[in-house]
Design a protein around this ligand. Structure first.
Ligand SMILES: Cc1cc2nc3c(=O)[nH]c(=O)nc-3n(C[C@H](O)[C@H](O)[C@H](O)COP(=O)(O)OP(=O)(O)OC[C@H]3O[C@@H](n4cnc5c(N)ncnc54)[C@H](O)[C@@H]3O)c2cc1C
Length: 709
């Protein structure tokens, strides 16, 4: 047992044999024991059912929106919620203006002949697919921008119709010319620098540079450049490095894992030969945890916000297809992420960023209560002795993700303030994709055609609150949130362990989402109260909680990364699944196990309750063909590193800038990238590379912390 394990694992949780010693009662009550509150279906009052106060508020908002329109015949009108029945639409891959869409537009602006509207005057801002059962017919739902100038040039008879157009909340909105903002992040930063009178502002020519970094630097007009270390090459680290390099800082990006090319080979060795490289795997390496993923780019921090658009446009610049700017549920798939990250790296290098792969930060160098550098070693050298060296920096951006458990321990030893954070644990459920297609789409399921058809491969997202069955816990709080998470349609279950004695899983998919399986995490929230029950306390209690169940899962699977599985129906009835089991996408082997004994009874019970609620929303979800895989523990960071809201600097150590998911300020690729971007601006500001306000350039930071994709 390592020193860290000795310090943070209570003795009763350490294993001396392959037997599980479970210090809490096992769930014995049989399914179902439902007592749930639905949170998804809080009906929205409309029309006459609105309260008088709601009607008054609506009237005021309408008046305000009308008053804001200075000139209806200028700028852009944004038309939202335009429905086109699936039969009339060219399908999910078409982002153009079809005749059916022109008809929907004509209806809203009350123009009598749709075919006379010129396509050139319209652009699709968002397109999503809505197949909810409450609809008479499944449809594509569009948001479209109408460019008034182009429309009137090409069809002057539209003049009166535009003149009569009134804003309608959530449906018709007038955007004055100045509100249509933002390019990608590189042009945003360069625009800032030009406004600041920086003569060196300009974009870099990406060029391929082998080895560690380029030279030159990103401008800065001859002033001495602050030396900034960005630790971690996930989305938050990459975006922080990009902003800082564009502002002219001397940036070194330090990543313990490998560049995507070598990382791909390490992941191949893991999947095919069961060899886990503890420093280069599904969690560690270029692009961070999200590289071998589904690449979902959905986020709860406002998909149309300027900040999110700046991130998405930057991804497009580096090779993502531009449909991610329009698609209601954008996703890339790992095959698109890998080349994108290579382009991102080449751009950073051409901007002067020194990239050090296979280099792990083992310690912070602190002088007079301020970080002055980092101690690094070659991450292939497990003893850290021969390769350890000190590197001096003016500031350290810490973007290490939520699996850098050794880094959290190092921070604790350096007295950096860490606070435990709620997260979620559970199991990953896998169904045949065709089953999910038919649950969601009924007859339309035949249109999916393994991702090549007219409608998207079906997904789902379910959220419930369930009653806590543990008496000790329910005295203070009786509800626990249960939800599906990181659903990967047409995907596969993958191993995200970073240590061979621990087993945890997640999901990924390719851009086409064409596998025959659909998987999603099925998780329940856990908090300090749950950690207490296992006698786990202190800032890293959540990490020990994760470790505990990852070890149990490894033991249940019998080792060698074999994943313990159980049919959903057997999990509900507390019985071991008989073979043959339903097929699983997990490549390293599965073994039938009593997953209902893995977690404490109250967590198992919450999972059971939520399954029965999911069945109500998705009839057929509880199926003999549905297979649960253990264990899903790394849903988000179990720790937060407190920092200043303004400067992004740690509140306990000067010169340290904790960012992204590992610091507890993001949950997902896009929110991590957004957090990295904001921290880049904040650090640039602290070193006088930028003197505006971040908000004036990229808008407000939203939803830091518990956001999930
Ligand atoms: C299999 C999988 C699938 C996922 N699918 C999606 C999805 O579809 N959509 C989505 O939005 N999110 C997804 N996520 C979550 C998403 O990947 C993360 O939320 C996101 O990557 C967090 O970004 P980050 O930059 O904060 O941290 P990370 O991406 O975790 O990056 C941290 C980086 O820091 C490096 N590092 C750690 N410690 C050190 C050290 N001491 N020294 C040097 N380097 C260090 C690591 O190697 C890593 O590369 C998925 C995650 C996984 C594991």
């Amino acid at each position: 047992m390592s020193l860290s394990q000795t310090l943070f694992t209570p003795s009763f949780l350490s294993y001396t044999s392959n037997d599980l010693r479970i210090p809490y009662p096992r769930p014995v009550l049989s399914y179902p024991r439902i007592q749930t509150n639905r949170i998804l279906c809080a009906a929205k009052r409309t029309g006459k059912r609105r309260y008088p106060s709601e009607r008054k508020k609506l009237r005021t908002e309408k008046k305000e929106a009308a008053a804001k329109v200075k000139n209806k015949l200028e700028g852009v009108w944004r038309l939202s919620k335009l429905g086109v029945p699936v039969g009339d639409d060219p399908g999910k891959d078409s982002l153009g203006i079809s005749q059916a869409l022109l008809q929907a537009i004509a209806k809203v602006i009350e123009f009598p002949v749709a075919s006379m509207l010129p396509e050139e005057a319209f652009s699709v801002v968002r397109k999503s697919f809505d197949a909810r059962k409450i609809l008479k017919e499944a449809k594509f739902v569009y948001t479209v921008d109408l460019d008034v100038k182009t429309l009137l040039e090409l069809e002057p008879r539209a003049h009166d119709f535009i003149f009569r157009l009134e804003p309608k909340l959530g449906l018709v909105e007038h955007l004055p010319p100045e509100k249509t903002v933002s390019g990608d992040l590189i042009s945003v930063v360069n625009e800032c620098r030009r406004i600041n009178g920086d003569a060196a502002a300009g974009e870099h020519e990406p060029k391929v540079i082998n080895g560690n970094g380029g030279g030159g630097g990103g401008g800065g007009g001859g002033r001495s450049k602050p030396r900034i270390a960005v630790v971690g090459g996930g989305p938050s680290g990459l975006f922080a490095a990009l902003v800082l390099a564009e502002f002219g800082a001397d940036v070194t990006l330090i990543e313990r894992g490998q560049a995507v090319e070598e990382r791909g080979r390490d992941i191949g060795a893991l999947v095919v030969r069961k060899i886990l490289d503890m420093e280069s795997n599904f969690c560690f390496g270029e692009g961070g945890a999200g590289t071998w993923s589904d690449g979902k780019l959905v986020t709860r921090i406002g998909k149309n916000s300027a900040t999110v658009l700046a991130v998405l446009k930057t991804l497009v610049r580096f090779g993502a297809p531009d449909n991610i700017l329009v698609n209601g549920k954008p996703h890339l798939g790992t095959d698109k992420l890998v080349p994108l990250l290579r382009n991102f790296r080449h751009y950073l290098q051409s901007a002067g960023v020194n990239i050090k792969f296979r280099t792990r930060v083992d310690d912070l160098l602190v002088e007079d209560s301020r970080v002055v550098g980092v101690r690094v070693s070659d991450s292939a050298d497990h003893l850290q002795s021969s390769t350890s060296k000190d590197l001096k920096f003016d500031a350290v951006v810490l973007a290490v993700g939520h699996s850098a458990r050794d880094t959290y321990e190092m921070l604790l030893s350096r007295n950096v303030e860490l606070t435990p954070k709620d997260f979620a644990v559970g199991l990953r459920v896998e169904h045949p994709q065709e089953l999910i297609n038919s649950i969601q789409y009924s007859d339309l399921a035949s249109e999916v055609r393994k991702g090549r058809g007219k409608v998207p491969v079906a997904d789902y997202k379910v959220v419930q609150y369930v009653n806590d069955k543990d008496e000790e816990l329910s005295q203070s709080s009786s509800k626990r949130s249960c939800y599906s998470f990181c659903m990967c349609p047409g995907g596969q279950v993958v191993l995200t362990s970073t240590n061979p004695n621990e087993l945890c899983i997640n999901g990924m998919s390719f851009s086409r989402r064409s596998s025959k399986w659909a998987n999603a995490a099925l998780v329940v929230t856990v908090s300090a109260k749950d950690f207490d029950l296992l006698n786990l306390t202190g800032p890293l209690a959540g990490i020990e909680f994760q470790r505990e169940f990852e070890r149990r899962a490894a033991i249940m699977g019998g080792g060698n990364f074999t994943v313990p599985v159980q049919r959903v129906t057997d999990f509900l009835e507390s019985k071991l699944s008989e073979t043959p089991l339903p097929s699983s996408s997990y490549r390293l082997g599965v073994k039938s196990a009593n997953l209902h004994e893995l977690f404490p009874a109250h967590i198992t019970d919450s999972l059971r309750q939520s399954l029965s609620m999911f069945e109500k929303e998705l009839p057929g979800f509880i199926s003999e063909e549905a297979l649960l895989h253990g264990v899903e523990t790394r849903t988000s960071s179990p720790v937060r590193i407190p920092r200043s809201n303004e400067t992004y600097e740690s509140t306990s150590l000067e010169g340290l800038y904790p960012v992204g998911e590992g610091a507890g300020y993001a949950g997902g690729i896009v929110s991590a990238a957004v957090d990295g971007m904001f921290s880049g601006f904040a650090v640039a500001k602290s070193f006088d590379l930028f003197d505006g306000t971040v908000e004036s350039v990229i808008g407000k930071a939203q939803g830091a912390g518990l956001v999930k994709y």
